[in-house]
Ligand binder design. Structure first.
Ligand code: ZN
Length: 308
């Protein structure tokens, strides 16, 4: 069994309207699912990805209106690393973000910035050879489009504690110092790197990552659950998320991991052409649709007008 890199990354927003504007209009991602929190239908769960809604490019946000600003600390992911095609794309994004009053920091082969709520990002030039996972956007030339996940960086007080689970159980491979790991399957790979944790404790809240999900083959998800349990970790057991099936557990450094199946995917309940354009409700909430829709935060356009 092997994991096919990162499946999706889920974070918290206190401001769904600003979140849509930033990820759809500014970053040029496609909203591929607009739904509500399965535990609280008064708030959104928003999904942004490439044109096809592929695992490997899917950023999701839980809306917690009015949530305090969070801060990444030990046991939390602090930076989401995304791929672009070339160094010229780093310059494109530096200028585009500056036009939006978003500060960024250009490295030799990277560009760092934060979303409007402080969630950390880094763009790097893709050298993976993996298929690019890009969306179409009127303001982002195709050659500069974001191409999906490269990896995530987390804070750990003691990364060595995680080594056994990552290597033996999940099949990640490490570089020499075991601070940077890669989950690589037959099709895609994604990295998982640790940085020394800051003194201050982390605070979950707006602008922080809730969990990272790694992609598993559909037929192997039960076996993954058993394998993680056999290694001594407590798991959620199998959870049906409708667009995929999942298992959740905390890795020893404290980061919440999910293993999620590659299928059936976001076209299970909407055609590809109109993904994300209308509100999708879990079947048990369908009878309350009018009331739920009336109470949700109004959102800016979720599909730029010039993309059809
Ligand atoms: Zn998830």
């Amino acid at each position: 069994m092997q994991l096919e890199g990162i499946h999706h990354i889920s974070s918290i927003t206190a401001d769904a309207a600003r979140n849509v504007d930033f990820y759809v209009r500014v970053l040029g991602l496609r909203m591929v699912k607009k739904t509500v929190n399965q535990d609280d239908p008064s708030v959104y769960h928003l999904f942004y990805a490439d044109e096809q809604g592929s695992p490997g490019a899917d950023l999701t946000f839980f809306e917690y209106p009015g949530a305090r600003a969070g801060r990444a600390g030990a046991g939390m992911i602090h930076t989401i690393v995304l791929r672009v095609g070339a160094e010229a794309s780093l310059d494109f994004w530096r200028l585009r973000l500056a036009d939006e009053q978003v500060d960024s920091e250009r490295g030799e082969r990277s560009l760092r910035f934060a979303d409007p709520e402080g969630l950390g990002y880094e763009l790097i030039v893709d050298e993976s050879g993996d298929a690019p996972l890009a969306a179409q956007s009127p303001d982002v030339p195709a050659e500069h489009a974001i191409r999906g996940f490269a990896g995530v960086r987390a804070y750990s007080a003691d990364p060595a504690r995680s080594a056994s689970l990552l290597r033996e159980t999940l099949g990640f491979r490490a570089d020499d110092d075991a601070d940077a790991w890669e989950a690589r399957g037959a099709r895609r790979g994604g990295f998982y790197a640790y940085d020394a944790a800051p003194e201050q404790r982390g605070i979950g809240g707006a602008g922080t990552v809730h969990h990272v999900a790694w992609a598993a083959y559909d037929a192997e998800i039960e076996a993954w659950d058993e394998r993680v349990r056999a290694a001594g970790s407590h798991t959620s057991g199998l959870v049906d998320r409708y667009w995929f099936r999942s298992v959740y557990f905390r890795e020893p450094s404290g980061v919440l991991f999910e293993l999620a199946t590659l299928g059936p995917g976001f076209t299970a309940d909407e055609p590809l052409e109109t993904l994300g354009q209308s509100l999708v409700l879990p079947p048990r909430f369908e009878s309350q649709r009018a009331q739920i829709e009336a109470n949700l935060t109004p959102l800016p356009p979720t599909r730029p007008a010039t993309v059809s």
